[in-house]
Design a protein around this ligand. Structure first.
Ligand SMILES: [Zn+2]
Ligand SMILES: [Zn+2]
Length: 223
């Protein structure tokens, strides 16, 4: 079980974002998007096959109806039954396929396509990884999945997110494989190296008012 919390200072009101001290993310880049576009092309090909199958069956249906005026009605009715069964089968194919496509697009929204590191809501990590990567290939998971920690610059108080991988206090650090660090401990605003993550400053002196300690508020549990 994991606990979501919000870190803050009771004295001066300095606060950090709600989360696990950060969040798991998936790195999306051009290579991944191009591969996923190929998946869409394949899906569209299958949809066209289903469409053509239904079109042929409707043509056959029309031919049979035009012959209904003939004497051999019984055999024509049998053929109509056969066409109806095939149409039902094709419709079922389409409804199953439609659900697949819905699942595929569920998380690939506007924000996702424009954001290099996609934030996975706590508890939804596995679903997000499957949706974005299209599979659970371990090599690709190691390459693309990381943990962005909520960070603060102790010099200028700028807050930002970074995948540092050296936080002893971060309980999720051991979940992440791959390179020892993705980002460096440098403030993107003032260039200072005095950077701490939220999990490192809980219980320590507030970097803003320097009189109170950073404390946490319990938000919820995630299985
Ligand atoms: Zn700074
Ligand atoms: Zn404070």
């Amino acid at each position: 079980m994991r606990i979501e919390y919000r870190g803050f200072c009771r004295n001066c009101g300095l606060e950090f974002p709600v989360g696990l001290g950060g969040y798991f993310y998936i790195e999306v880049d051009r290579e991944l998007l191009l591969r996923r576009l190929q998946d869409i092309e394949y899906m569209l090909g299958r949809l066209r096959e289903y469409y053509m199958g239904i079109k042929d069956l409707i043509s056959e249906f029309k031919v049979i109806v035009s012959k209904l005026h003939d004497s051999s009605i019984k055999s024509l009715i049998e053929r109509l039954d056969d066409v109806a069964i095939k149409l039902e089968e094709r419709m079922l194919d389409i409804s199953i396929f439609y659900m697949d496509v819905q699942y595929y697009f569920r998380y690939i929204d506007e924000e996702g396509l424009n954001n290099l590191r996609i934030r996975c809501p706590p508890g939804e990590e596995a679903n997000y990884i499957r949706s974005y990567l299209g599979h659970l290939d371990i090599e690709e998971v190691i390459k693309r999945v990381g943990f962005n920690s909520f960070c603060i610059c102790l010099e200028c108080l700028h807050q930002f997110e970074a995948d540092l991988r050296d936080e002893e206090s971060n309980p999720f650090r051991h979940w992440i494989k791959g390179p020892p660090a993705k980002d460096s401990r440098i403030c993107p605003v003032c260039g200072s190296k005095s950077v701490k993550t939220i999990s490192e400053i809980i219980g320590h002196t507030c970097p803003k008012c320097k009189s109170s300690k950073i404390t946490t508020e319990f938000i919820g549990c995630i299985e």
